[in-house]
Write a protein that binds this ligand. Structure first.
Ligand code: AMP
Ligand code: MG
Length: 340
């Protein structure tokens, strides 16, 4: 496939709606069974018509993703839920009302017409209404479901800028929409509502407390639930550099150990400590949890850009979105589930 056409960045000065042409072209690509790079508020997606098996197969080929890893179907609005899911419980409607459009994915029993290729053969389907204005416009005009996993090669770091998508999958997409840097920066919270109750399968910026507040129900966010989620791997979101987790007190020792082996070492942490040599690169994560989420994947990519062999990462606290950040860092280190 030739170089992807790239669409103008959000906010570029053009006619009344600077994106109208790009949105039309994106919808055209989807109707012809092609792949688009789709900005969402979480991360960039690799989008295809969720009702077209050939188009969906192209997603798996482009990503190098195993066929049994299910995809998330993106919708324009909550009222489309019943086109894709059956037996939708009251809690799902409450969550849709509170958090859609937004970074929440719901697993529900699938409608009979949903493709096996989308669900990995499961009897459930993952659905989300994204908030990014460009995603919203494309979905409204397309008027169907867009299957869109993160626009990265299997197991790699999710892209949070259009440049990341271009570098990673540029040759595979027919049209790349530039929606600017992603506001949330990590993938959506995934909740399973297909059995009784609510279980978190992937932590994100919407927390267990948020879900309980809206539904009045207890939420299972135990590690056991995370393990049962198909397509989540012990090693994921990993840069080329080896990620080593450490507390802030352990950093000097970890630096010394890596340096003794001749490794080029850097530190990912909210703060720099005077106990580290000034020669050791510091990849600042920021102090505010939402900013930490927004920057995490950019910092992991930076570790590779500056040629680190070892990245010592100091995980943030567990509160709020911190739970999700710890989940991603544990997987970046190849350790699987982060202890609660
Ligand atoms: P990605 O789109 O790359 O963020 O990955 C989507 C993830 O959603 C999958 O890897 C699964 O973890 C999860 N998922 C999608 N569909 C289902 C489903 N039917 N049941 C459980 N998990 C799902
Ligand atoms: Mg992914």
């Amino acid at each position: 496939m030739s170089e992807p056409q790239s669409a103008a960045a959000v906010g570029s000065p053009r006619a009344a709606d600077p994106h109208a042409d790009d949105v039309r072209r994106a919808v055209d690509v989807l109707r012809r069974g092609g792949l688009i790079g789709l900005p969402t508020e979480t991360v960039y997606g690799l989008g295809a018509d969720a009702g077209n098996p050939t188009a969906v197969a192209r997603i798996f080929a482009a990503k190098g993703r195993p066929a049994d890893h299910p995809l998330i179907v993106h919708l324009h609005r909550a009222s489309q839920l019943t086109d894709w899911a059956r037996d939708v419980p009251l809690a799902a409607w409450k969550l849709a009302e509170a958090f859609w459009p937004g970074p929440l994915t719901m697993i529900l029993p699938r409608s009979p017409g949903v493709l096996d290729a989308v669900t990995g053969g499961l009897d459930t389907v993952a659905l989300r209404v994204p908030a990014h204005p460009l995603a919203q416009q494309v979905l409204e005009q397309f008027d169907g479901g867009i299957a869109a996993p993160s626009a990265n090669r299997h197991k790699q770091i999710s892209p949070t800028t259009v440049q990341d998508v271009r570098e990673e999958l540029g040759a595979a997409v027919d049209l790349l929409l530039d929606g600017g840097p992603c506001r949330v920066g990590i993938e959506s919270t995934i909740v399973d509502l297909s059995n009784d109750g609510i279980r978190i399968l992937r932590p994100g910026s919407i927390t267990a407390q948020d879900l309980t507040r809206v539904t009045g129900l207890a939420v299972d966010d135990s590690i056991d639930a995370l393990v049962r989620c198909p397509g989540r791997m012990a090693s994921h979101y990993a840069p080329r550099a080896r990620v080593v987790l450490a507390s802030i007190e352990q950093v000097p020792q970890a630096i010394a150990e890596a340096a003794a082996r001749g490794a080029r070492v850097g530190v990912l942490a909210a703060q720099r400590s005077p106990a580290w040599s000034p020669d050791v690169p510091w990849l600042a994560l920021g102090n505010v949890p939402d900013e930490q989420a927004q920057q995490l994947y950019q910092r992991l990519r930076e570790a590779d850009r500056i040629g680190l062999d070892v990245l010592i990462a100091v995980p943030p606290s567990d509160a709020g979105v911190g739970r999700a950040l710890r989940d991603r860092l544990w997987r970046a280190a190849g350790l699987g589930d982060a202890p609660a």
